[in-house]
Design a protein around this ligand. Sequence first.
Ligand code: XBP
Ligand code: MG
Length: 237
Amino acid sequence: MSTLQALIFDVDGTLADTESAHLAAFNHAFAEQGMDWHWDEALYTGLLEISGGKERMLHYWNHAHPDMKDIDGSGLRDTIDHLHALKTAAYEAAVQDGAVQLRPGVLSLIQQAHQQGLRLAIATTTSPVNIAVLLRNAIGPDWKDFFVVIEDASTAPKKKPHPQVYVQTLARLGLPSGACLALEDSSNGLRAAVSAGLKTIVTPNNFTSHHDFSGALQVVPHLEGVSVEQLRTWHQA
Ligand code: XBP
Ligand code: MG
């Protein structure tokens, strides 16, 4: 087993508890579009089984409103794309206004790991706008200096649990999976990382605590007090 050289972070649910803000943004977009859709937390918790906001809306449409062929004449795809643009704008505004903070221990781990020369990467199914607004607010305008590789919905269209985003991250890092650790919050994310050969630390949240995390290297409530040293120890075990 090679020594730990890189940490690969998932975004939503791992770096920050973002899904309440995503949920509000989806509902804002539906209302803005004059649709009578409204997702509550219980429904959204189930819909989170589908990674990717566009895929999630398409899944809901096909299952909850199969009779609805299109809206205002534009086809299904165009409507989904338009709804997602409205949703992303609403999410960006909310995060800009401070709706989301990083989870405990995340910032200090990122800073510590960066300082100790570990390479940091992001592997997420969310949109690039969402990563930028979250980390610009949480870390500052130079947030990109911390991450040598960012793979997201715009570069890896196949969503978790498909391993594409992690396989592409490893390729761009130029490291074997054995030299890295993935940090995730959901079973889809864990399955994607494990399929790419990565040992994975899971920090569940309210939307994912009921998920099956078998195959995780460790499942811990959060990253508060988790040092790089601790990650190295887990990684070597
Ligand atoms: C979680 C997701 C994303 C977000 C919504 O991503 O599945 O779809 O729920 O963001 P992660 P978008 O891999 O970071 O856990 O609407 O931009 O997809
Ligand atoms: Mg996640």
